[in-house]
Design a protein around this ligand. Sequence first.
Ligand code: FES
Length: 102
Amino acid sequence: MSEFITVATTDELKPGERMIVEVNDHYIALFNVDNRYYAIEDRCTHDDGPLAEGELTGTVIECPRHGAQFDITTGRVLRFPAITPVPRYDVRVENGEIQIKI
Ligand code: FES
């Protein structure tokens, strides 16, 4: 059963910032893009690269290892060498708390 879990507060994640949170043994990259929040697995589906360390352009993250690109709003692959989408998580804000649906 999935549920929303608080992982941070909005004070801790300003626009343009990102952070990694650990939930149930998953490392999740959490982004604030213009006060919209997105969460994806912090692991590239090509070869486990650390996605949260990659360059973010708009809502496109580039894996620092071999350059695959993903849309952080959907998890969709935008560029090889990855071919499998990265897991994404629903995010909501409740009373200043950022919550991820796990
Ligand atoms: S591990 Fe991300 S592109 Fe290879």
